[in-house]
Write a protein that binds this ligand. Structure first.
Ligand SMILES: [Mg+2]
Length: 268
């Protein structure tokens, strides 16, 4: 009887331990990271996110056709797209970081990109096919690093957006800047860029690369006529230069401190 009681006690203990472990494994690293959980859930699992991407790429098609009709130059026309969270969906990477209770690291990112499993974002592959039908050359300018070239080419192809190496301009770490100006200028030397597509305003102009305490909000207002015409902006609530600017570029501060900075900035 005593033995049976002990056995029942052990089973109950194991069950409690299992349920605790299960709970731990499904909670984010840090309760202060729950904003990222909500942002990632919205990005990956909301119909609204899909609608935003379709809407943006539908507008991109209209703008591309219009800009091409109005273009009278002699250089071939081109469209420049960013890759991550513009044409490829890396939200499983964010989800896995939280599920594994890890913070972002370059090595974790490299392990994710090596899997070559990022899916096409809604409307992206169709837009790229449409641009090519119109005779517009498609370039990708991304801050993935040179070391990721082959895996990126394969992932883009698997997602229905194949491109050759000459049309993929990556971040050369030896240049010590992730600013895209030099690569945009390289495309502009031979082509007329008639449309940009990205999830970060730095995909369009370096004016937004390092934002001061004004967060470049008025700068965005000053360019309001360009959005939807020269520049197609996609929604990314998970990360971006907008977030770094809120933390005064101190991304490595503890999350609780960063949350205080965020809350302090909000209009109430
Ligand atoms: Mg991006």
């Amino acid at each position: 009887m005593k033995l049976i009681k002990c056995a029942i006690g052990s089973i109950a203990l194991i069950a409690i331990m299992a349920s605790c472990c299960q709970k731990q494994a499904t909670e984010p690293t840090d309760p202060d990271m729950k904003h990222l959980l909500l942002a990632t859930a919205w990005f990956q699992q909301s119909a609204e996110m899909r609608a935003c991407y379709y809407q943006s790429y539908n507008m991109a098609k209209l703008a591309l056709k219009d800009n091409l009709q109005n273009y009278k130059g002699t250089k071939p026309a081109a469209v420049v797209l960013d890759i991550d969270e513009t044409v490829l969906d890396n939200s499983p990477f964010e989800a896995k970081l939280m599920a594994d209770r890890h913070n972002y690291s370059d090595s974790a990112w490299m392990a994710w990109s090596a899997r070559e499993e990022a899916l096409a974002l809604p409307g992206a592959a169709e837009f790229i096919a449409y641009a090519r039908e119109l005779g517009v050359e498609v370039f990708f300018i991304s801050n993935r690093i040179l070391e990721e070239r082959d895996r990126t080419l394969r992932n883009l192809a698997a997602a229905g957006m194949a491109v050759d190496s000459a049309h993929l301009l990556l971040y050369d770490l030896s240049k010590k800047t992730s600013c895209k100006d030099e690569r945009r200028n390289a495309v502009s030397a031979t082509h007329e860029i008639i449309l940009f597509v990205g999830d970060n305003l730095g995909d369009y102009t370096s004016l937004f690369d390092r934002r001061d305490s004004t967060l470049a909000l008025r700068l965005a207002d000053s360019l309001h006529n360009d959005f939807g015409r020269k520049f197609i902006m996609l929604p990314n609530p998970m990360y971006g230069e907008w977030e770094n600017a809120i933390y005064n570029h101190s991304y490595k501060l503890p999350m609780a401190e960063k949350n205080r900075m965020m809350l302090g900035l909000l209009r109430k």
